[in-house]
Design a protein around this ligand. Structure first.
Ligand SMILES: [Zn+2]
Ligand SMILES: [Zn+2]
Length: 242
């Protein structure tokens, strides 16, 4: 399923099966050849995601870069499938997770040993599958300009060490990855590189943003009036994170 959620922002819904599959967002105008994709999805979802883009008239040739909100398997699993179709595409990842990817260290990708063995038997993933060259190592505060809209990279560690969000201040749109979801939920903070204290600080950063449209990478997206929900979610979780 593909849907336009705002001018220059398309949403391709994740297709959860026995494992969650992240949503992806496409930034830029449909005819542009400077498109940015946020996240990819779980292993074997490349054809579905790229098929949805094609049905909307978008070719992978138009995609300049993929930015990862973070590198968990349900977001990065089909990155290799995207890059095989579009070897020209740049990969942008926060520096704290880029370091792992470039060394083929997949501890963040899997999160823990139990998931690793479950997933590797399910998908027969060979060792070294998650070694990628990162073209731009983000630090936070970079500004991405796409077809007249600008998105600020916000480093929000906690769910994972290099989690980022993208904030369009003018339109009050926040792409939140797995850090905060609609309906009162926040990302889990027990996996490798997660940190409850940092998640708490990141939620405080998020609650200081004005957010009308909330675009998390799982479950429901909020197409307007998200601000009070976001602030209530943060209020609820702050005392629980210690
Ligand atoms: Zn995650
Ligand atoms: Zn996820």
């Amino acid at each position: 399923m593909i849907e336009k959620v705002a001018e220059g922002i398309l949403w391709v819904a994740g297709r959860d099966r026995f494992m969650p599959d992240s949503h992806i967002f496409v930034l830029g105008n449909v005819g542009s050849d400077d498109l940015t994709i946020i996240d990819c999805g779980i292993v074997e979802m490349g054809d579905y995601k790229l098929g949805e883009l094609e049905s909307y008239g978008i070719s992978i040739k138009q995609v300049k870069r993929i930015i990862m909100t973070h590198t968990h398997l349900d977001h990065i699993g089909c990155l290799g499938e995207f890059l095989k179709q579009g070897p020209h595409i740049e990969l942008w990842v926060h520096k704290d997770e880029a370091m792992y990817l470039e060394q083929g260290d997949d501890r963040i990708v899997y999160g823990n040993k139990m998931f690793e063995s479950m997933i590797r038997s399910q998908y027969a993933i060979p060792a070294g599958f998650f070694e990628f060259k990162v073209d731009k190592k983000l630090e936070g505060e970079e500004i991405l300009d796409v077809d007249g809209n600008s998105f600020r990279v916000v480093h929000i560690p906690g769910h994972s060490i290099g989690s980022i969000g993208l904030y369009d201040e003018a339109r009050r749109i926040f792409i939140s990855g797995d850090t905060i979801y609609a309906d009162g939920a926040v990302g889990r903070y027990d996996l490798f590189s997660a940190d409850a204290e940092k998640l708490k600080e990141s939620l405080e950063v998020i609650s200081n943003l004005q957010i009308d449209i909330l675009l998390p990478c799982h479950n429901r997206i909020v197409k307007g009036g998200a601000d009070q929900m976001v602030k209530n979610t943060v209020q609820y979780w702050i005392p629980l994170l210690r």
